[in-house]
Design a protein around this ligand. Structure first.
Ligand code: CP
Ligand code: NVA
Length: 322
């Protein structure tokens, strides 16, 4: 009997050798399959029996920006699956001295089985995927953060009996995390409302893609400037930092512009009493979220951070596994 049958794990076989650039590139069935696999992998990992599905495989992990969760969870995830994660910083690679993404993609394809990359520019990640003959996984760009959104869905699925019909309010900056989250919610039929100040709306492209996917799954995607309207009767309240990596020079202006969008006790009072608070982390307490909320009983931030490990193992096993 095959190892996979013994532990009753079902890889999402349609994803074999595919890139993960954006969740909009995947079908809703594939996203659901990854969630089911992630939750099973979590259980068997905690029992100490995560199968070595990626024995002998090496994932290159390229970072152009800082990371705690993404870096460690990908590396540990590869270890738990019997493979190896290899950290690389663009400053140390020849990319840092101007070698092209084109050549880098070709060269790395001769050594590695897959590449995970965190980059400033989404275009650069797409270019790498075009020139690498091995799968490329997006570990955050200026536009998207798909691995985060998968872990977010896993966390909600663990706590709520049914995803379809839930209401998620994302309140804050219409950024990379928001873009992937709206598409992820649409895939599983969660109604999503994004509340941002003027000039910080999520990009139309992602709202449109999410709305198309949501239509197929019987859910809705909306934007408002009113945080109270978003929070009203929400099952999940989500926020992220107001100043993302690379926007540091805008930090003072953003502090002003986002006034009124903090997730605090007054705002969450509009949500359902059993609402979940989520944040991709790192967080700035008393800026985008009050300490009483992020460290309160409705916060699931550490479970959410841990789930990066299991959601990504589901992605890695499906893309790189046999
Ligand atoms: N949420 C997230 O991606 O965290 P890191 O920046 O620490 O990887
Ligand atoms: N929006 C944040 C997410 C960090 C995980 C950033 O890009 O810095």
């Amino acid at each position: 009997m095959k190892l996979l049958e013994l532990v009753q794990l079902k890889l999402v076989t349609s994803l074999k050798d595919k890139d993960l650039l954006e969740l909009a590139d995947y079908t809703s069935e594939e996203v659901q399959g990854l969630l089911d696999l992630a939750m099973k992998l979590k259980v068997i990992t905690k029992e100490g029996s995560c199968p070595p599905l990626l024995e002998g495989k090496t994932l290159g992990m390229i970072f152009e920006k800082n990371s705690t969760r993404t870096r460690i969870s990908f590396e540990v995830g590869m270890n738990q699956l019997g493979g190896k994660g290899m950290y690389m910083n663009t400053r140390d690679l020849q990319i840092g001295r101007g070698e092209s993404i084109h050549d880098t993609g070709h060269v790395l394809s001769g050594y590695l089985d897959g590449i995970m990359i965190r980059a400033n520019s989404h275009e650069m990640v797409k270019e790498l995927a075009e020139h690498a003959s091995i799968p490329v996984i997006n570990g955050l760009t200026d536009l998207t953060h798909p691995c985060q959104a998968l872990a977010d869905l896993e966390t909600i699925a663990e706590e709520k009996s049914e995803l379809k019909g839930l209401k998620l309010a994302y309140i804050g900056d219409g950024n990379n995390v928001a873009h992937s989250l709206v598409v992820a919610c649409a895939h599983v039929g969660i109604d999503v409302v994004v509340a941002t100040p003027k000039n910080y709306e999520p990009k139309e492209e992602f709202m449109k893609k999410a709305a198309e996917i949501a239509l197929q799954n019987g859910s809705t995607v909306a934007h408002t400037y009113d945080p109270v309207e978003a929070a009203k009767d929400a099952d999940v309240i989500y926020t992220d930092v107001w100043t993302s990596m690379g926007q540091e020079e805008e930090a003072a202006k953003r502090l002003q512009d986002f006034k009124g969008y903090q997730i605090n006790d007054a705002l969450v009072a509009h949500a359902k009493s059993d609402y979940m608070f989520l944040h991709c982390l790192p967080a700035h307490r008393e800026e985008e979220v009050a300490t009483s909320v992020i460290d309160g009983p409705n916060s699931f931030i550490f479970q959410q951070a841990e789930n990066r490990l299991h959601a990504q193992k589901a992605v890695l096993a499906s893309i790189l596994g046999e």
